[in-house]
Ligand binder design. Structure first.
Ligand SMILES: Cc1cc2nc3c(=O)[nH]c(=O)nc-3n(C[C@H](O)[C@H](O)[C@H](O)COP(=O)(O)O)c2cc1C
Length: 320
């Protein structure tokens, strides 16, 4: 598996981890639309992985390389054991110190790790000592605005051996409200020698360029913007690397993407679960429609793939 090796200095675009969204099929579709970005799995609980090393969340495909497996947890032994389980398949390991969700932070995981920087560094060091792979860390500005410690946190991680960091420039208390404060990514970039990747609210080619011009980060990490447009990472790469602007896919291409996404999820999970899983994606695929909410309500009420395809064909015939 030579192709699993990663050259960090060449990475400009990272597909950000999205739990419940960026599964194996999602990542394969990004590659189908030609991006060479660094892919990231959804966060994988180290507690869960140690009990069930074959869990579905670990599914991957070789075309996804370079591929980071993201781990969440706060126990040195379990995080290290998990990294060892994943090492044969991973291009690198990413440690989640940014997840704001209550059920994650109550156990001291995700963004709660920003309150225990020494523990975060010890986990990083232990993974690096036991696994011959690059290790990165993704985090936020801090737990609350009064506890913003992203610079000290990142410096400690750099000292502990982190290969790069990704900053989602919101605090944990903000969850997803407000805006990612890119000016703080710029401050962090100035303080570190290792590469910094900018995350939060990068949804267009212009956003990516503006963010990099402003922050001097090595690259961008894109999450929600990819929902409903698998070509976004490729279009951003083309724009950043070659200054070539590729327009957003039109409705007919988006519906083609949606149909394929649905077909593959149904194939993978079965019709009942696949159809249910896809409900969160419809608003993103059909956002350009004036009457998107009407169609969204119809689509989420359907239970069979065939019925969904019929509605999508009707949308296409009425809008193209
Ligand atoms: C539904 C959802 C799931 C997410 N899951 C993860 C995750 O598993 N690991 C992680 O580090 N961040 C996760 N995030 C945060 C994103 O990776 C990213 O930091 C955030 O959405 C901001 O970037 P964006 O504006 O490009 O989406 C998640 C965000 C959302 C909305």
């Amino acid at each position: 598996m030579e192709n699993k090796k990663i050259n960090i200095s060449e990475i400009k675009v990272i597909q950000a981890p999205l739990a419940g969204i960026s599964d194996c099929i999602f990542r394969n579709l990004i590659r189908k639309y030609k991006s060479k970005c660094l892919m990231t799995t959804e966060m994988i609980s180290s507690e869960m992985l140690c009990n069930n090393p074959d869990a579905r969340i670990v599914q991957y495909d070789e075309i996804q390389y370079p591929l980071a497996f993201q781990l969440v947890g706060h126990k040195i032994d379990k995080m290290t054991k998990s990294a060892k389980i994943l090492a044969p398949y991973a291009s690198m390991i990413d440690i989640n110190c940014g997840c704001p969700v209550k059920k994650v932070v109550v156990s001291g995981d995700g963004s709660a790790m920003m309150k225990t920087p020494k523990l975060a560094c010890d986990i990083l060091k232990s993974i690096k000592d036991n696994v011959d792979l690059p290790v990165s860390v993704k985090f936020r500005l801090g737990f609350t605005s009064k506890e913003e410690n992203y610079i000290e946190f990142a410096k400690a991680l750099e000292e502990a051996g982190a290969d790069f960091v990704t900053l989602h420039a919101r605090t944990r208390s903000q969850m997803y409200s407000g805006q990612s404060d890119w000016s703080k990514i710029k401050l962090l970039q100035k303080e570190l020698k290792i590469p910094v990747f900018a995350n939060g609210d990068i949804k267009t080619l212009e956003d990516a360029k503006k963010c990099l011009d402003m922050t001097n980060a090595q690259g961008v990490s894109i999450g929600r913007g990819i929902m409903g447009d698998f070509s976004l990472p490729y279009r951003i790469e083309k724009y950043l690397n070659e200054n070539i602007y590729t327009a957003e896919p039109d409705l007919s291409l988006k519906i083609e993407m949606l149909k394929e996404h649905l077909r593959l999820e149904v194939l993978n999970m079965g019709e009942k679960n696949g159809v249910k899983f896809m409900r969160k994606f419809y608003p993103h695929y059909i956002s350009s429609l004036k009457n998107a909410s009407k169609y969204r309500s119809v689509l989420v009420s359907l239970e069979y793939e065939k019925e969904i395809i019929e509605v999508l064909d009707e949308i296409l015939s009425l809008h193209s």
